[in-house]
Design a protein around this ligand. Structure first.
Ligand SMILES: [Zn+2]
Length: 180
């Protein structure tokens, strides 16, 4: 075995050791084998990087068929998050891919930054706006008012994302643009 092959084999060996440890070294259950990873690049998210991290964590705790992970340096991310002075919006180029514009306008008006991050990620994961709607709905967005700090998708929203990624292999790529 050459040294480069050894290096490539190491993560597998480490994973095997962790598995033998009975999962004690792993905080969370192993993701579903069918899980699709959406990598995100928050390097352009300025003061909203922490909200992006928290929004990704919300989705990672809410669904198992897709997981959001920070992109490895030098790799091209599926999702780019950039801060700007407009209204928050998402450009979806395909299920699990696109760009989120983390608009300061809504933040300045008092909307919760983690809810904004989670909501826009919901678009990237295939969800449309459902407005007007209650605070319990993530995709009701700004229509729930500035007092709404709920960043969690409801049961129906979780199920829709699970179904979309379960069907990913057979679904055609779609493009969409959502303002809010
Ligand atoms: Zn929206």
């Amino acid at each position: 075995m050459t040294s480069s092959r050894l290096v490539r084999a190491l993560p597998v060996a480490i994973a095997a050791v962790l598995a033998l440890a009975g999962g004690q070294a792993v905080a969370a259950p192993a993701p579903d084998a069918a899980a699709r990873v959406v990598t995100y690049d928050a390097s352009g998210a300025a003061e909203f990087k922490d909200a992006v991290t928290k929004g990704a964590a919300v989705w990672n705790q809410s669904v198992k068929n897709v997981q959001l992970k920070p992109v490895t340096s030098g790799q091209r991310a599926n999702l780019r998050v950039v801060a700007d002075n407009g209204w928050p919006r998402a450009q979806v180029t395909a299920l699990g891919s696109g760009t989120i514009y983390f608009g300061r306008q809504a933040v300045d008006e008092g909307h919760n930054t983690v809810r904004i991050a989670s909501h826009e990620m919901g678009h990237i994961l295939g969800l449309p706006d459902v407005k007007p709607g209650p605070c319990s709905s993530l995709m009701s967005g700004a229509s729930a008012g500035t007092s709404c700090t709920n960043a969690n998708p409801n049961a129906a929203e979780k199920a829709e994302v699970e179904d979309a990624f379960a069907l990913l292999e057979s679904s055609a790529a779609t493009t969409a643009a959502y303002k809010d």
